[in-house]
Design a protein around this ligand. Structure first.
Ligand code: ZN
Length: 183
């Protein structure tokens, strides 16, 4: 066991698509509840974080809303299904924040800090101090780095991508590493 990167009472910020559930193909969006498919080990990973206990907050860019590919109601239905599937496996999310905006012009679209800061203001117990960000894209790593968070990249960073604190193959390995184990 190495030292844990995430301590009891801290916050784990997680990306959604490609981190917890299967991402849609490039240029497409998870726009209907029937398209939610949990990735292997993702619910177990979140349950481990719940047990620490850590707050677990999803921060997800959903530009498909700005593009007219889905509505806020569609996204809410997708998120309800995600929560239900996780709950059925004993995993709990404290909050889900999304950015519905286009690629520029707001401060909430990752790598901007808006969703993280809003969660810290609104969700009891959520803090940026000591928090971690886990996601499968360079935007996730960049967002976390700007806020001084521990960052875990799922998969391998491409050349030129910001360097994460750690790379893990999937969310379960990432959670185990955050808790002080291998991964
Ligand atoms: Zn935004």
């Amino acid at each position: 066991m190495s030292a844990a990167a995430l301590l009891a009472g801290a916050t784990a910020f997680l990306d959604r698509d490609g981190t917890i559930n299967e991402a849609a193909p490039e240029g497409e969006y998870v726009a209907s509840p029937d398209e939610i498919r949990l990735l292997p080990g993702a619910a177990r990973a979140i349950a481990l974080l719940n047990e620490l206990p850590a707050r677990v907050v999803v921060v997800t860019n959903q530009r498909g809303i700005a593009l007219g590919r889905m509505s806020e109601d569609d996204l809410a239905a997708v998120n309800r299904r995600l929560l239900a599937e996780l709950e059925s496996e004993g995993a709990h999310l404290d909050a889900i924040y999304h950015c519905p905006h286009p690629a520029a012009g707001c401060d909430c679209r990752k790598p901007g800090p808006g969703m993280f800061e809003q969660a810290a203001r609104e969700v009891p117990g959520v803090r940026l101090e000591g928090a971690a960000m886990v996601g499968d894209s360079a935007l996730d790593v960049e967002a976390g780095r700007r806020l001084g968070l521990t960052t875990v990249r799922l998969g391998t960073a491409a050349a030129g991508d910001p360097s994460p604190t750690h790379e893990s193959p999937d969310l379960l390995a990432a959670a185990r590493w955050l808790l002080g184990g291998a991964g």
